[in-house]
Ligand binder design. Sequence first.
Ligand SMILES: Cc1cc2nc3c(=O)[nH]c(=O)nc-3n(C[C@H](O)[C@H](O)[C@H](O)COP(=O)(O)O)c2cc1C
Length: 160
Amino acid sequence: LTDEQIETLLKAAMAAPTAMNMQPWSFVVLTDTSAFDKIFEGNRRGEIYKKAAATVVFCGDTLATMRSRETGEMETRPNKFWVQDVTLSVENFLLAAKSMGLGAVYTACYPDYQLVGNVKKGLGLPDSVLPLCVVPVGYPADNPEPKDKWKPEKIHYNKW
Ligand SMILES: Cc1cc2nc3c(=O)[nH]c(=O)nc-3n(C[C@H](O)[C@H](O)[C@H](O)COP(=O)(O)O)c2cc1C
């Protein structure tokens, strides 16, 4: 992947909506696969990430600093929406990748605390920042048809 392609994907990610427009995300782009052995030791995922052109760790800040409505002072509070915010950026990234002829997949990290701890330590994330997921991206080996997930019974009108 070129730097431009990665930037285009991350621009799409950063276009996602976030609660109070906090944009609590950070992205760690891994192109050096040597880091993977330590982080994903004994986990078969490490091998999958190594095959990708790049792997992006989607992170979120669990704390938000903003002006208090009550006191008018700046204060730091837990950001209860960080998971939703970062997840929406992942979906934008996945859709952008597809539109560019690339393949990418959401692989879970948070809330598996063992994996979260390993990734956090391996990448040197700041205390308040957690890794939500790990997304390998590259040119897909095949191009399967989208799955048909349409189930009308999942839809309710006016009441359940
Ligand atoms: C929260 C979440 C966690 C996921 N974790 C993994 C994972 O660890 N490994 C993996 O191969 N796919 C993972 N996926 C991808 C799903 O398996 C995939 O989206 C699902 O099977 C539907 O397939 P599709 O996206 O091709 O339609 C995850 C998806 C989500 C939303």
